[in-house]
Design a protein around this ligand. Structure first.
Ligand SMILES: NC(=O)c1ccc[n+]([C@@H]2O[C@H](COP(=O)([O-])OP(=O)(O)OC[C@H]3O[C@@H](n4cnc5c(N)ncnc54)[C@H](OP(=O)(O)O)[C@@H]3O)[C@@H](O)[C@H]2O)c1
Length: 305
């Protein structure tokens, strides 16, 4: 019988829980590599000592200290944690794959569109250069380099846009102010907002696992490119609330540190050229449809329970 075990680094987070649900519903057994014990978890030290669980068909890495943890200041120590939690976990999984006798078919790493330099003019597809001039693009270059697996294991790197879903990431942080009618664009609102609905990102990861021809870099973004202002209006409209209170860029720079705030104040025009060439079908191409799905205070479906 074909191996159906999938190992997910950082599978306990927002993307990981949604992905785990999808994979389990499709007949896979899912194990997480996590820092805390749990029924479906193994530790990073157990991975290093014992290697991959037997009959693992795919390995996925989603581990990483959240950039937007507002309880943590943007100190050199925190930045190092942001970096190490991605690079060391990716290296640990790649090493376990390379040392495994019973190799998985594929290693999927989810990184970010921060690989591309923020710009209001440039358009990026997967063949565009990663410039490495700001903290996030430098981090992404190192992070992707760490995913060094030997053939025949396929390597798929998904450079994800902001992942939109009710129970995590940006929407979780913004939901209450927008619901109370205190929402608004960020800065001028003209900056691009590369985005993907959580169901499309998890669907794309499953697509990468199951299709043997898929490899290399994929831009994990919706093909319909929007600005921050367009997102703001769509989200507020779906919630039936006004969104007239812009957040000045200077306030975010002061509160978050300009280096971190650039994730919200700047953006990139990113096209998922290779994703479309492979024939992946999105469920939510339009931001209006995506917002309709998650703009509910208590939706029926709560995947994180
Ligand atoms: N959410 C987005 O909009 C978005 C967009 C682009 C890229 N990404 C990337 O996708 C990945 C997953 O994102 P997510 O939204 O699911 O994040 P998340 O909810 O914060 O989950 C990340 C997981 O990483 C593990 N982790 C956190 N700090 C760690 C550390 N210091 N060392 C080792 N593991 C650590 C945690 O697992 P344990 O506590 O169980 O160890 C956590 O569950 C991240 O690398 C993120 O940068 C996310």
């Amino acid at each position: 019988m074909a191996a159906r075990n999938i190992l997910i680094g950082g599978g306990t987070g927002f993307i990981g829980k949604n992905l785990g649900e999808l994979l389990i519903a499709n007949g896979y057994n899912v194990m997480n590599v996590a820092r805390m014990p749990g029924t479906s978890n193994i530790s990073w030290s157990k991975l290093e000592l014992s290697g991959l669980p037997t009959r693992t068909c795919a390995v996925i890495n989603l581990a990483g200290q959240q950039f937007m943890d507002f309880t943590k200041s943007w100190t050199p120590g925190f930045k190092q944690n942001v970096q190490n939690s991605r690079i060391y976990t990716t290296k640990a999984l790649a090493k376990a794959i390379n040392q495994s006798k019973d190799k998985p078919k594929v290693f999927v790493l989810v990184t970010g569109v921060g690989a591309y330099e923020p710009s209001e003019r440039n358009k990026y597809d997967e063949s565009s250069p990663t410039t490495g001039i700001d903290f996030f693009s430098r981090l992404t270059v190192e992070w992707e380099k760490a995913a060094c697996v030997d053939p025949p294991v396929r390597l798929v790197i998904i450079r994800s846009g902001v992942v939109l879903g009710r129970w995590g990431g940006m929407i979780k942080n913004m939901f209450v102010p927008f619901y109370l009618g205190f929402g608004g664009r960020i800065g001028s609102g003209k900056q691009y907002l590369p985005w993907i609905h959580i169901d499309d990102l998890t669907g794309l990861i499953k697509f990468a696992v199951e299709n043997d021809n898929v490899q290399g870099v994929l831009n994990g973004v919706s093909p319909k490119v929007i600005t921050n202002e367009e997102f703001t209006q769509s989200f507020a409209k779906a919630l039936r609330r006004p969104a007239f209170l812009p957040v000045p860029e200077s306030v975010l720079n002061f509160l978050l540190n300009s280096e971190r705030a650039m994730l919200m104040t700047k953006g990139q025009y990113v096209i998922p050229k290779r994703v479309l060439e492979y024939g992946f079908k999105y469920r939510y191409e339009n931001i209006e449809d995506a917002c309709q799905e998650f703009a509910h205070l208590c939706p029926k479906k709560h995947p994180l329970k």
